[in-house]
Design a protein around this ligand. Structure first.
Ligand code: R5P
Length: 299
């Protein structure tokens, strides 16, 4: 149980403003965590307050997870060792959700292994729109209480405020469920494309008949923008339809490599993402919903 006199929120991944907003929304003070790297690359961590008997909330979005997982494990282990009453993880982006089955003999099913790793290190987890492929629920792989925040209402509100006559476009059939939720909330029509992934950085999409939407602004909506290939292929395809220049909306702004610059160069009216991963395209704040979800687990 987190109560206001014992809870502290530690920023483990330089979230900055999101950390400040979460502290304000939860009415909890920011914790002080000293982090640095030794010359050989090993991590040094020190809690700057006495956390004995306190609830420790670790804020750590898990994009670039290989760089962050060990520090997260060290922080959680130290918190337990120092007598923390509980250790919770707020990971607005949850990594390793895509390899959820063994496609080729011998492959590691990383989503299950990563879930075991986190479950053994923290007492609860809050995240935003995890990429549930073939799974229905995080409880299928996580052994700890979890809460999932859905960014759809915030995305819909942003669209309603910023886009004239929006036509929402989902990249593939998997996205249909939540693109339709955003569209419903925004009171906008939507279409869903067919996507064929030919490799890590090669994507083909087919856009259905969209001439009837000629006076609408296409709003491409996806949960993750990683290499941005999905968005770029869609933007390129839309150019052949005569629709206005599209707006691109993503929940999680990974933007691997030059993905962001390449998407800008593809010709888009605007790119907006949620602040689950710190990025210059962040325009949609989900701290309020994150705080509500933390409240549900710790009340
Ligand atoms: C895939 O299933 C996801 O919903 C996204 O469409 C995908 O992760 C986007 O990846 P990229 O930006 O690399 O095309």
């Amino acid at each position: 149980m987190t109560d206001k006199s014992t809870g502290l929120i530690f920023d483990l991944a330089d979230h900055g403003e999101l950390h400040t907003r979460l502290c304000a929304a939860l009415g909890l003070p920011a914790g002080l965590l000293h982090r640095r790297r030794f010359p050989d690359g090993e991590s040094y961590l020190r809690f700057g307050q006495d956390i004995n008997g306190r609830d420790v909330l670790l804020l750590c979005s898990l994009d670039r997870p290989n760089e962050k997982a060990l520090e997260l494990m060290f922080a959680a282990a130290a918190a337990r060792d120092l007598g923390a009453r509980s250790v919770g993880l707020i990971a607005p982006y949850l990594a390793y959700m895509r390899q959820d089955k063994r496609f080729q003999p011998g492959e590691a099913v990383t989503s299950t292994a990563f879930a075991k790793f986190l479950s053994s290190n923290v007492d609860w987890l809050v995240t935003v729109d995890p990429h549930l492929h073939r799974r229905n629920d995080l409880g299928e792989i996580y052994d700890i209480p979890t809460q999932v925040v859905h960014a759809a209402p915030e995305m819909a509100a942003w669209i309603a405020q910023n886009v004239d006559r929006p036509l929402l476009i989902g990249p593939d059939s998997e996205s249909a469920q939540w693109v339709s939720a955003v569209a419903d909330a925004a009171g906008a029509p939507f279409v869903v494309l067919e996507k064929h992934r030919l490799g890590d950085r090669r994507v083909e999409v087919s856009v259905p008949e969209v001439q009837r939407w000629a006076r609408y602004t296409p709003v491409l909506v996806d949960d993750i923008i990683s290499t941005a290939r999905t968005m770029i292929a869609t933007v390129d395809h839309l150019k052949t339809t005569g629709l206005p220049t599209p707006v691109c909306l993503g929940v999680h702004a990974i933007f691997a490599g030059n993905g962001y610059d390449e998407l800008v160069s593809a010709g888009v009216a605007r790119i907006a993402t949620c602040n689950t991963i710190l990025h210059s395209s962040n325009a949609i704040d989900i701290s309020g919903q994150l705080a509500d979800a933390v409240g549900k687990l710790t009340r």
